[in-house]
Design a protein around this ligand. Structure first.
Ligand SMILES: Cc1cc2nc3c(=O)[nH]c(=O)nc-3n(C[C@H](O)[C@H](O)[C@H](O)COP(=O)(O)OP(=O)(O)OC[C@H]3O[C@@H](n4cnc5c(N)ncnc54)[C@H](O)[C@@H]3O)c2cc1C
Length: 520
């Protein structure tokens, strides 16, 4: 394969594009350059820190056995610890050994567990669910979830488990909700136990990104770190002919030769995010961007076929939330948590405090969640979907709260009053404000996202969360990897076989099981 592949964006979509170009289109690693604004590639899949300062990761990922493109990618990549096991097999082995079997999925203010055996749906709620699943996307358009469900639906156990698992808000896209309902219909019987969720051994940076980076670097892929691609010159709407790359206040024009291609990750859900500390809240960074939105807006201006970025990034108050990563250094926390949940550490999935003003959800990981993490520490993670109200134990909204205040709020919900002072002294929490975290769920209409390769373009493709892929669901690693595979197929390897999307909703047995569950 002659020519050079320029990949704008070093998140999982960009890394996967490089890996497929090497593995499937037989490009040499030296023919590929990845540009990213950050010093460390991985995009949203970041994680770092240490036990003294506190570990931090913006997000935690639940994976599905049906993430076929992700697993296809990782099947040829050695795992973080063991070169004889693929990163894919490591995820399967860890999930087998340490899968979730939640006992405390929803918890009330008095510490009692909600009976999640009942989803609590009324006849009207069930009818609305069915109607939404059977409607066409065109007929839903930019409607919100609130537009298509009765008010009672939002009080049900089903909604509480669904929205906290997938991060839906009532004002999000009904169209996206429809895709999720169809794509994850098979999960209905397991919403409470979460037993079908796949998980990585370590955080996703160490279990997915680092192995992939090592492999790409060994293949000779070039990484241009800490730079922004500010423009793509496109001639006659047919060819990308040059990139403009900015670094340290200097801008360089890189001409794309006759056989060169470019792949661009347009939009990022973690753009403009900021970290706080135990002592202070995460600051709101006005207008901060990693280049992904600015470049998308620039090339989409006057080109409607490149989509409408403002639909997704135009209202950060509707798309933001705060997460926090906590590091607790005393074994006491593990004992208290295990007593609260009645499950060994790490076997309990998400815990949502249903009476929490913030609608707080936490998740604790078996140790070590970071390579080298001391055995008696616990790294846990939390987020809230109702952030704009004062907490129950802290008189501040979530974005106003420091890491210590988030700990105090959580220990309050866990009813650990007697131990709070000791736990506070032994814990660190780092808040992270993400203004665009649910931007991919904002109400949208057909055409708001570009296809992987607009038909007239010879050598430019789009990847990531803001690209249209029929049937698949955004806010997943799988979506980014699938777009990468489609981009390599479109630009470099027309006969590449992309694994089909799992369509459980076409299986009558899946419908039957889901319907039985919805009746309870
Ligand atoms: C809190 C949270 C929870 C999540 N939970 C789950 C989950 O449970 N399950 C799941 O499957 N997924 C989950 N996800 C989603 C998943 O992590 C993302 O979908 C995925 O990582 C997105 O990868 P990406 O490569 O498409 O984009 P990104 O990770 O956003 O990477 C894009 C990269 O491109 C760079 N870039 C773009 N344009 C330019 C430019 N012009 N110049 C320089 N650099 C540029 C950006 O700097 C960025 O580094 C979660 C994400 C978060 C944040």
């Amino acid at each position: 394969m002659s020519g050079h592949l320029h990949i704008i964006g070093g998140g999982i979509a960009g890394l996967a594009s490089a890996a497929f170009a090497i593995r499937d289109a037989r490009m040499a690693g030296g023919q590929i350059t990845i540009y990213d604004a950050n010093a460390v590639p991985g995009g949203s899949l970041d994680a770092g820190g240490d036990v003294t300062r506190g570990y931090v990761m913006r997000g935690e990922r639940m994976l599905s056995p049906h993430f076929v493109c992700l697993y296809d990618l990782l099947s040829g990549i050695p795992s973080f610890d063991n070169p004889h096991i693929s990163a894919r097999d490591d995820i399967f082995a860890f999930t087998r050994a340490c899968g979730w079997e939640s006992k405390a999925r929803l918890v009330r203010a008095d510490g009692s567990k909600v009976d999640t055996g009942r989803l609590g749906l009324s006849f009207a709620d069930r009818a609305a669910l069915l109607r939404l699943m059977l409607r066409s996307e065109a007929s839903i358009g930019a409607k919100t979830i609130r537009d298509v469900f009765p008010p009672h639906f939002f009080t049900t156990n089903f909604w509480l488990m669904w929205c906290t698992m997938f991060a839906f808000e009532p004002w999000h896209s009904a169209l996206e909700m429809r895709r999720y309902l169809r794509r994850f219909l098979h999960l209905f019987p397991h919403l409470a136990s979460m037993r079908t969720v796949h998980r990585t051994r370590y955080n996703q940076h160490h279990s997915i990104v680092v192995p992939l980076l090592r492999w790409l670097e060994a293949e000779g892929v070039r990484f241009e770190r800490g730079c922004r691609v500010t423009d793509i010159e496109i001639t006659g709407m047919r060819r990308a002919t040059a990139l403009h790359v900015g670094r340290d206040g200097m801008e360089e024009r890189i001409a794309l030769g006759e056989h060169a291609c470019a792949i661009f990750c347009n939009g990022s859900m973690t753009a403009g995010s900021s970290l706080g500390a135990c002592t202070h809240a995460a600051p709101a960074l006005c207008g901060a961007d990693d280049g992904s939105w600015a470049l998308w807006k620039r090339i989409a201006a006057g080109r409607p076929e490149f989509g409408r970025p403002d639909v997704f990034c135009g209202d950060p108050r509707a798309s933001r939330w705060v997460s926090f990563t906590a590091t607790t250094r005393t074994p006491r926390f593990r004992q208290l948590l295990e007593a609260f949940t009645a499950a060994p550490l790490g076997r309990e999935g998400l815990i949502t405090f249903v009476d929490s003003n913030w609608l707080l959800t936490i998740k604790a990981n078996p140790s070590p969640h970071f390579p080298g993490q001391p055995g008696d520490t616990v790294v846990w993670w939390g987020y809230g979907l109702n952030m704009e109200r004062p907490g129950n134990f802290v008189a501040k909204t979530m974005p106003e709260s420091s890491g210590s205040e988030m700990l105090r709020e959580t220990f309050g919900h866990l009813r650990l009053a007697a131990d709070t002072d000791q736990l506070m002294a032994e814990s660190r929490a780092i808040p992270c404000l993400m203004p665009l975290i649910t931007s991919q769920f904002m109400p949208r209409a057909p055409g708001d996202r570009p296809p992987v390769r607009p038909s007239h373009l010879e050598n430019l493709a789009f990847v990531g969360q803001f690209v249209e892929l029929p049937d698949d669901t955004v806010f997943t690693v799988e979506y980014s990897v699938r777009t990468a595979m489609e981009a390599v197929k479109a630009l470099l390897k027309p006969d590449l076989a992309v694994p089909p999307i799992y369509k459980g909703w076409r299986n009558p047995a899946v419908w039957l099981r889901a319907a039985r569950e919805a009746m309870r």
